[in-house]
Design a protein around this ligand. Structure first.
Ligand SMILES: Cc1cc2nc3c(=O)[nH]c(=O)nc-3n(C[C@H](O)[C@H](O)[C@H](O)COP(=O)(O)OP(=O)(O)OC[C@H]3O[C@@H](n4cnc5c(N)ncnc54)[C@H](O)[C@@H]3O)c2cc1C
Length: 356
């Protein structure tokens, strides 16, 4: 890490309120490996916060293959991506790890006292004794609508992939939904009873969703409950969002809000600016503690690399286990930590909240 970075973040720490959240460990990424990292830290009595750019846990398992079967999780002959994420959340629940969803870690800098200061794009800051980068293939972020200047509307009139629970904010509004996959179709259908008017915009009159959902969409369009507009957004102003239609006409759609559902893709993003060594977009680690070249900064799961690395969940679980042990010498410098079994240790039973 560069001295200038340290100074910049140090200066910001002094001038901004509130104070950073102090924690023994900060996990970047709530994919399967980040979740199991929290569990392993919990067994060692290391408290942690977990940050993910997505609004939910599960990483690739939920975003890329939520309903597909997965067969190579030890002791679980068959589950799904989503099922695995749910089991991991249930397993880690006793440790009451604190999750921060919808926040991307933007900056990471070593402080003079050896701790690490991190900040999210929303300004939440953490002062961590150890950091576990479980960032997979990068932060999953929504693809943006490619119209110049439209990012100025984000958070006030432009929303990407909103949660179903947050759709109430569009009550009584004229909403333009942009996208052609199941998320766009389902969002348009969910908004129809809430909003004043819903227009579904896509570059062509072909949508991807299951047959029943598509049939409902076509019926709502035929009923006039949802308006369909085919074209590519090209500009916006107070009058509305301008589309260029397939026959090269301009179509202006008035809106109170625009909802972008153009898909979600991973971006390595800010990790490249943290001063860590990267080899083909991956972070080299040792195979004793899965620590990077920076003391107290561990990298586990798909983001790391070492001789023989395999991007498999089971390998990430092993890495997380040894990384948690690697952190003990930093979090408990004066203690020697004995290995305990969850089957027999009364202390671990206490931590897990189980009675024997
Ligand atoms: C289609 C498909 C099928 C697969 N099937 C299998 C299988 O059968 N068996 C198997 O073992 N593996 C399988 N895999 C691979 C497996 O999904 C990955 O190895 C696993 O998800 C890696 O977990 P992870 O926690 O390291 O990363 P991820 O699951 O990628 O999670 C990383 C998380 O970090 C977050 N993040 C990244 N950067 C930041 C940041 N700066 N700030 C905040 N959050 C951030 C991301 O949003 C993401 O949620 C499959 C992968 C795919 C794509």
């Amino acid at each position: 890490m560069e001295g200038q970075d340290r100074q910049d973040l140090g200066a910001r720490a002094l001038s901004t309120t509130p104070a950073p959240i102090e924690t023994d460990a900060l996990i970047i990424g709530a994919g399967p490996v980040g979740l199991f990292q929290a569990f392993q830290l919990g067994l060692l009595e290391i408290s942690c916060h977990i940050v993910d750019a997505l609004p939910r846990a599960g990483g690739q398992c939920v975003e890329l293959y939520g309903d597909k079967p997965i067969y190579d999780i030890p002791g679980t002959p068959k589950t799904t991506g989503r099922g695995l994420a749910e089991s991991l959340l249930e397993q880690v629940a006793p440790f009451k790890s604190q999750f921060h969803f919808g926040e991307q870690i933007e900056t990471l800098a070593r402080q003079d006292d050896g701790r690490i200061l991190l900040a999210t794009h929303r300004g939440t800051r953490f002062m961590a004794r150890t950091v576990f980068i479980a960032a997979g293939v990068g932060a999953f972020v929504p693809k943006r609508i490619a119209v110049e200047g439209i990012e100025r509307l984000e958070g006030t009139k432009l929303f990407y992939h909103p949660d179903t629970e947050s759709l109430g904010r569009f009550a009584g509004q004229t909403v333009v939904v942009n996208g052609g996959d199941d998320a766009a179709v389902e969002t348009a259908l969910a908004l129809e009873p809430i909003a004043k008017q819903v227009t579904l915009v896509h570059r062509r009159d072909v949508f991807q969703a299951d047959d029943a959902t598509l049939a409902t969409l076509r019926q709502r369009i035929a009923d006039g409950a949802i308006r369909l507009a085919i074209g590519q957004p090209s500009a916006f102003d107070d009058a509305g969002l301008t589309l260029i239609t397939p026959d090269a006409q301009n179509l202006v759609l008035p809106f109170d809000a625009i909802v972008g559902c153009l898909g979600i893709s991973p971006r390595l993003g800010p990790i490249a600016n943290w001063g860590l060594e990267l080899v083909r977009k991956q972070i080299p680690v040792d195979t004793e503690k899965y620590e990077t070249r920076e003391r107290g900064i561990f990298a586990i799961g798909d983001i790391n690399t070492y001789p023989g690395k395999k991007k498999l969940i089971v390998c990430g679980f092993h890495e997380a286990t040894l990384a948690a042990w690697g952190a003990t010498s930093i979090v408990f410098p004066d203690k020697s930590i004995p290995l305990q079994y969850t089957t027999t240790s009364t202390r671990l039973h206490e931590l897990l909240g189980v009675k024997h």
